[in-house]
Design a protein around this ligand. Structure first.
Ligand SMILES: C[S@@+](CC[C@H](N)C(=O)[O-])C[C@H]1O[C@@H](n2cnc3c(N)ncnc32)[C@H](O)[C@@H]1O
Length: 387
């Protein structure tokens, strides 16, 4: 099904305005493109990489993107004199079969970190089906890194108003939900309380598995209160061309991922903190889990432990949980009957207006006027639209 990405055009503009990222991608594309080669811009947004690929001499470019922003690409291509070299595919790359495999596949389907939605499966599929043997995949590799960090701002988000508030309300029952919620940060080097350690190397040329399970030992480099774990990535878009969203590097559109501690750790330099971070892709979303134990660097005495997960951040009612249970026997509701009847009219020769009128006559209580009937019909059918 064709989907919107969730980004608006201003957000796509910010991605281009993120110069450390864009400059590196542009240079990597310039180096990878040989005159007349074929390029796929996977997850094109409005197609900035596709336009650049043409500028650098690509013979043909396919820009693939399910978001409607891709509709802007052909007018932009015309304005730049590239319209005869660009083909737009408004769909997911995993549903597209190329006439000819591409010499270069360029993408940036990361979120705050490299593990985001179906990124890994998308790249694997592109590598196997869309890229010509010996072709170039941009980006090449990301290294995920983790360190202990102090962040009074992130701490406040977890703790206020849940554990204390100026209104004298007891909101403590909600604290654990907030304390298991990851957030986007832009921390500076002074916020780090340990050296970073590598969590994973994601080499896009070979990666197959979307999940992460890594254990590292962090050593406190100074005393202070650790409010959480900070995760970022060092990107290598091509050999010798990269950028990083590490603290201290120019700020990037991605930000960094902050995993809060429900109970901050009071650390002294030399303390050792064993940490395990897991990222499990479930239903197109990563569930992040972070466990650990801090020990005094001298005596080995425990300073504290944590066992947290974004799974615990979601407020789910018992009824909501039952909805997805495999043991649930669904009942037929009036709404289902309406949609079943409505979909059965596809192929009958009636247009949307005709279907809306027929539905109004059958279900006057639910679709009392033409406008609401038409809206319902159009939105129902658009869920099954092929292109
Ligand atoms: C972070 S944006 C990048 C936009 C643009 N390429 C850039 O780097 O400025 C990622 C885009 O990838 C798209 N996307 C994600 N998975 C995709 C897939 N399997 N096929 C096509 N597009 C995909 C999303 O809809 C989103 O617009």
């Amino acid at each position: 099904m064709i989907r919107a990405s969730g980004y608006d055009i201003a957000a796509y503009g910010q991605m281009i305005d993120c110069e450390p990222r864009m400059g590196v991608y542009a240079e990597a594309l310039r180096r990878a493109i040989s005159p007349g080669c074929t390029v796929i811009d996977l997850g094109a947004g409005f197609g900035a990489f596709a336009l650049l690929a043409c500028k650098y001499g690509a013979g043909s470019v396919v820009a693939i993107e399910p978001d409607p922003s891709i509709e802007l690409l052909m007018p932009l291509a015309k304005a730049n004199g590239f319209a005869d070299r660009i083909t737009v595919v408004r769909d997911l790359s995993t549903r597209y079969t190329p006439e000819r495999k591409a010499d270069v596949v360029v993408s940036d389907c990361r979120g705050t970190v490299s593990l985001y939605q179906h990124h890994i499966a998308t790249i694997r599929d592109a590598r196997e089906r869309l890229l010509a043997p010996g072709g170039t995949l941009l980006p090449m590799r990301d290294t995920l890194r983790v360190a202990l960090a102090r962040s009074p701002k992130a701490y406040r988000q977890c703790h206020y108003p849940w554990r204390a508030n100026k209104y004298g309300l007891d909101l403590s029952a909600a604290h654990s939900f907030a304390a298991n919620t990851e957030s986007k940060s832009y921390l500076k080097p002074a916020a780090l309380l340990s050296e970073p350690r590598d969590l994973a190397v994601i080499d896009y040329r070979i990666v197959t598995q979307p999940n992460l399970d890594a254990a590292v030992e962090l050593v406190a480099t100074k005393g202070g209160v650790a409010h959480g774990l900070l995760v970022w990535f060092d990107a290598e878009i091509a050999e010798g061309l990269g950028y990083s969203n590490a603290p201290g590097q120019p700020e990037l559109v991605y930000g960094q991922m902050f995993l809060p501690l429900a109970n901050p750790l009071h650390l002294t330099a030399g303390d050792r903190i064993k940490v395990r971070v897991r990222g499990n892709l479930i239903d197109n979303r990563y569930v992040w889990s972070w466990d650990g134990e801090a020990n005094d660097g001298q005596t080995g005495e425990t300073r504290g432990a944590f066992r947290q997960s974004t799974f615990l951040s979601r407020v789910i009612s018992v009824d909501d949980a039952k909805v997805g249970s495999s043991q649930r026997v669904p009942e037929r509701s009036p709404k289902m009957q309406i949609d079943t009847d409505c979909l059965a009219m596809a192929g009958s020769g009636l247009d949307f207006g005709g279907i809306a009128k027929a539905m109004m006559e059958r279900y006057p209580q639910h679709l009392p006027d033409y406008r609401s009937a038409l809206d319902h019909v159009v939105s129902l059918y658009s869920r099954y639209r092929e292109n």
